[in-house]
Design a protein around this ligand. Structure first.
Ligand SMILES: [Zn+2]
Length: 454
């Protein structure tokens, strides 16, 4: 359903330049655009949302999503280190995903994101075997906005470890480039909702020549790049072995700037941060994944102080294990506070900014979305605050972030269209997804010759 929408008398978190919060405020939407924000709006609308006990904020923006891993939730043991986790579990499972299974994993992940208030995301590591066209079609049909990162590599290694990638995931770089070009000409910029990016594998898995080429193509085609970088301490060995650091490495290859999104950045040093700050390069912070995999605590406070655009991401089904951005905001706050032994290290409004505007900046769509402001496209999440874990409702935003969860979202509007309405996701058939997800998860374990670990 699109057309005009009026949200009446809600607690509105605008995320605008002044971080304004409007209590008992209204939002009027028409033709997919936010037309008016304020109090006592008189417009008549086709659809009215009663804002009593509702918190309204910009749709959440998840800057690191593995669509292939929705179906891996719970399949990988929680007591293995990153390299083993990848080599013995995640990669063998992903290396057995075919187009049919990928479609289910994509739908499951989209379903969870829409259900929890996410309106835009960056998808990483889309391998040719997953059926790129089909993945993009599913994402498009679901109604969200997304930058889809086409995976590319030319060495099957990881950091300083050679040849450990599962054979099912090895992909010829010429094929990756061909698919990228096809997808780019068909989808890039479509309806201002879909963009085609590169998702090169981590340093050690891509030659310098190929990285340089990716940087050139991205600039020429107004595309973007997302890549895992400096996730665990061991990764730094690769860079120091080459006499460099993560930030200097990507800068020297021409891989910094707007719409370059580096994921994790746990082990960046101050010089790396300054390079990213100067060039408008984004770090996608994934606190749950960093915690579960014991990767470390990213220096978010220092990055923000130095002017780096820090956005938020959830990572994937075996590393988080959820795609819920509300929970992610909470952990981002807690980790900075405990790490610095200082509760003033970071505040709720900063977490909201990371999950909204900074994500929009990362995707290059900050003029379109990320704030509740007249003239912006209508990407809006509505949360029910009338629940035991969210009362009393004196400071609903604090309550939502520290005590809520994404599934407190009742309505999600993207581009003026309801993707979730009154608690129900409208664009994906839930029951069909659940049934197939169970069936195909078992099938994947069989194909990978793995057993349930519990
Ligand atoms: Zn990841």
């Amino acid at each position: 359903m699109s057309g005009s929408i009026l949200i009446k008398g809600a607690y509105i978190v605008t995320a605008n330049d002044k971080n304004e919060i409007i209590k008992g405020g209204d939002v009027y939407i028409d033709d997919g655009q936010i037309v008016e924000v304020g109090k006592g709006i008189k417009e008549r609308a086709e659809h009215v949302i009663d804002g009593k006990d509702k918190l309204v904020m910009p749709g959440l923006i998840n800057t690191h999503v593995h669509l292939a891993q929705g179906i891996l939730r719970g399949l990988v043991p929680d007591n293995v280190a990153l390299i083993e986790w990848l080599k013995d579990w995640v990669w063998p499972l992903q290396g057995n995903i075919d187009e049919e299974i990928m479609e289910v994993s994509t739908k499951l992940t989209l379903l969870e994101m829409i259900n929890t208030g996410t309106s835009s995301f960056v998808a990483t590591s889309i391998n040719a075997r997953y059926g790129t066209e089909r993945v993009i079609e599913e994402v498009y049909k679901s109604g969200v906005r997304a930058a889809i990162g086409k995976q590319i590599m030319d060495i099957p290694g990881y950091a300083d470890k050679p040849q450990i990638l599962h054979k099912g995931l090895i992909e010829d770089p010429d094929l990756s480039l061909k698919i990228f070009n096809e997808m780019h000409s068909r989808w890039h910029g479509k309806d201002n909702r879909m963009w085609i990016w590169f998702s090169p594998r981590t340093p050690g898995a891509v030659s310098d020549e190929l990285y340089r080429k990716i940087g050139e193509i991205v600039r020429e085609k107004d595309s973007g790049v997302t890549m895992h970088l400096a996730e665990v301490r061991d990764d730094i060995r690769y860079f120091s072995g080459r006499g460099t650091t993560p930030g200097r490495f990507v800068r020297d290859l021409g891989m910094v700037g707007r719409k370059f999104v580096y994921v994790h950045g746990v082990w960046l040093n101050e010089e790396d941060m300054d390079i990213f700050a100067r060039t408008g390069t984004t770090v996608s912070h994934n606190p749950s994944s960093n915690s579960k995999l014991g990767s470390g605590i990213a220096p978010v406070r220092a990055m923000i102080a130095r002017g780096v655009n820090v956005a938020l991401g959830t990572d994937g089904g075996p590393s988080n294990d959820s795609y819920d951005m509300v929970r992610e905001m909470r952990l981002a706050l807690l980790l900075q506070k405990v790490n610095s032994l200082d509760p003033t290290a970071i505040d709720v409004l900063t977490a909201v900014r990371m999950a909204t505007r900074n994500g929009a900046f990362a995707m290059g769509i900050e003029d379109l979305v990320g704030q509740i402001k007249p003239g912006m496209r209508a990407d809006i999440a509505v949360f029910n605050m009338r629940a035991p874990h969210l009362m009393p409702s004196v400071n609903p935003l604090s309550n939502l972030i520290y005590s809520g969860q994404g599934s407190d979202c009742t309505d999600l509007i993207v581009d003026g269209r309801f993707l979730k309405m009154s608690g129900k996701v409208l664009t994906i058939n839930e029951e069909e997804v659940y049934e197939k997800a169970n069936k195909y998860a078992e099938e994947l374990l069989r194909r990978a010759e793995l057993k349930s670990w519990m």
